[in-house]
Design a protein around this ligand. Structure first.
Ligand code: BTN
Length: 257
């Protein structure tokens, strides 16, 4: 498979027909790869999802892409914005391909069409802390029967059956590059670069009652009331306790208040 549109945006783009996980491959090879190197697969046999889950999709049905981000001008304590940045880039891309649908970011980096998940992002820190591999899976051609859960969707199911994997990837890489370059120019300051405001605008988690499943399986019920300067989700617990800043965890959207 060739990627003429995507190669115009990312000069260092490699396609493999099949691999275990594009994230695993880029993490293993990070020392030899430059900033914004892209690895795309036609099929993954051991795709990784968040929280130790799998990410599986039939061959040729979807986008599996990882991008190496090594922002030498940004301190590692600001890398917490990279997952949100990539999720926002994907949300913008999906919105471009589904202009009549409500597309949003579910904190930190799932992309929803209405309330169904169309894309997920897994970010993995490099062993020497010099950057992050950001991997995205996007459901493009799957039918309902080919999706792993009821609350999932694809571009085809949502009415776009013309989108080629190259066109979608090029859109994502363009959005990712623009957001990344403006964030790097601000030395990783997401407030100054406007990234935080854009994430807030796109994030449908805000204002909802949610269940947060925190590392260690501890659960917290509350209302999502904000995103702080480091990208953490601010929750007002239903118990009336002080607000909690959630840095990592799974969020379940419960209802509007
Ligand atoms: C999630 O759980 O929502 C995140 C899924 C991330 C899947 C992508 S597919 C390309 C890249 N390689 C992987 O092994 N995982 C990510």
């Amino acid at each position: 498979m060739d990627f003429p549109l995507s190669r115009q945006i990312a000069q260092d783009l490699t396609f493999v027909a099949e691999t275990g996980s594009t994230n695993a491959d880029l993490v293993a090879n990070f020392a030899n790869a430059q900033d914004f190197s892209v690895l795309v697969a036609g099929f993954q046999t051991a795709g990784r999802g968040r929280s130790g889950r799998d990410w599986l999709a039939p061959a040729g049905s979807s986008l599996f892409v990882s991008v190496l981000l090594k922002p030498s001008l940004v301190a590692a304590n600001r890398f917490s914005w990279i997952p949100l940045l990539a999720g926002l880039a994907m949300a913008k891309t999906v919105a471009q391909f589904l202009p009549n649908k409500k597309v949003s970011l579910k904190w930190p980096n799932d992309v929803l069409v209405e309330s169904n998940k169309v894309s997920g992002v897994l970010s993995e820190l490099l062993p020497d802390l010099s950057g992050v591999v950001v991997g995205a899976g996007l459901n493009i051609l799957q039918t309902k029967a080919e999706l792993p859960i009821e609350a999932a969707t694809s571009l085809v199911i949502e009415g776009n059956s013309d989108a080629s994997i190259d066109a979608v990837l090029a859109g994502y890489l363009q959005n990712l590059k623009e957001l990344y370059e403006s964030w790097v120019s601000a030395n990783g300051d997401a407030v100054q670069s406007g990234l935080r405001n854009q994430v807030i605008e796109s994030c449908s988690t805000l204002g909802l009652s949610v269940k947060a499943i925190l590392p260690g399986e501890q659960e917290l019920l509350g209302k999502a009331v904000g995103i702080d300067d480091t990208g953490r989700l601010i929750l007002q617990p239903d118990s009336g306790a002080e607000v909690v800043a959630v840095a990592a965890g799974d969020i379940v959207h419960l209802r509007h208040n």
